[in-house]
Design a protein around this ligand. Structure first.
Ligand code: NAP
Length: 228
């Protein structure tokens, strides 16, 4: 298979991109900024591991990255957008004390960045393929807590964006996916699983070993329907 993973500098994106390459597939590993050492090492170790620079907030870079993937051999069997942020102020502040600059940053990367990925990469996914946007349970509109307000708003918007996209395309499956509470830099305070477990689950969804229920766009890494 040919798969793109967007946001591989660390955490789930790095683990998932390595897993896909280990399984013998081609993976376009989109990283932010200078190539991280782990990404360079993966590219040395696996012939199918192909780093591509891409900041999800930058449309010109999106066009360039999509062009590189397209020229390298055509369509993708799956695209997984993993890039996201949780700002430091959002970890500790309620909405009544929000740092508005950080709220804008969360929306810019988690929501606008996700829209840029849809706009510039949607045409690369093959008929019958899969487009997976890693969002969060925090984006649920019915299961609401007071923590992480900026992050939650940006992930709710990313969920809606993904649902709209799922209505827009019919040639392939589109999912918003909650990856679990993972032991990464972002999630370690509330972690329940390692990112490896989430990556294995996502891989099974990509490969078709795990089939999410029909007519569902919001799922978790085990392929189960999530509360919208
Ligand atoms: N961890 C959890 O428990 C949890 C729970 C629910 C949902 N999620 C979601 O799962 C995804 C992965 O989370 P994680 O725990 O692996 O977080 P992480 O370790 O913080 O990784 C996030 C990744 O996104 C990259 N990124 C940030 N801004 C970017 C940009 N503008 N363009 C491209 N890449 C960018 C980061 O690069 P840098 O490191 O260089 O900034 C990093 O590689 C996120 O979307 C997150 O919201 C995580």
């Amino acid at each position: 298979m040919r798969i793109a993973v967007i946001g591989v500098n660390q955490g789930l994106g790095l683990v998932l991109s390595r897993l896909i390459a280990e399984k013998g597939h081609t993976v376009y590993a989109a990283h932010l900024g200078k190539t991280p050492a782990e990404v360079s090492e993966a590219a040395k170790r696996f012939p199918g591991y192909k780093p591509v620079e891409f900041d999800v907030t930058n449309e010109a870079m999106a066009e360039t990255a999509a062009g590189i993937i397209s020229r390298d051999g055509g369509g993708l069997d799956a695209l997984v957008t993993v890039a996201g942020i949780l700002t430091d102020s959002d970890r500790t502040r309620l909405i009544t004390e929000a740092d508005i600059g950080d709220l804008r940053k969360a929306l810019e990367i988690n929501t606008v960045g996700a829209a840029i990925v849809i706009k510039h990469f949607h045409g690369l996914v093959k008929d019958g393929g899969k487009f997976i946007a890693v969002t969060s349970e925090a984006g649920s509109l019915t299961n609401i807590g007071e923590k992480y307000p900026g992050y939650s708003v940006s992930k709710a918007a990313q969920n809606k964006l993904t649902a709209i996209f799922a209505k827009t395309v019919s040639r392939y499956a589109v999912y918003a996916l909650h990856p679990g509470r993972m032991n990464t830099v972002m999630g370690r305070n509330d972690a329940q699983i390692e990112p490896e477990e989430s990556a294995e689950g996502i891989y099974k969804i990509i490969s078709g070993e795990k089939k999410p229920p029909a007519n569902t766009w919001f799922i978790n890494y085990r392929g189960e329907a999530m509360e919208i």
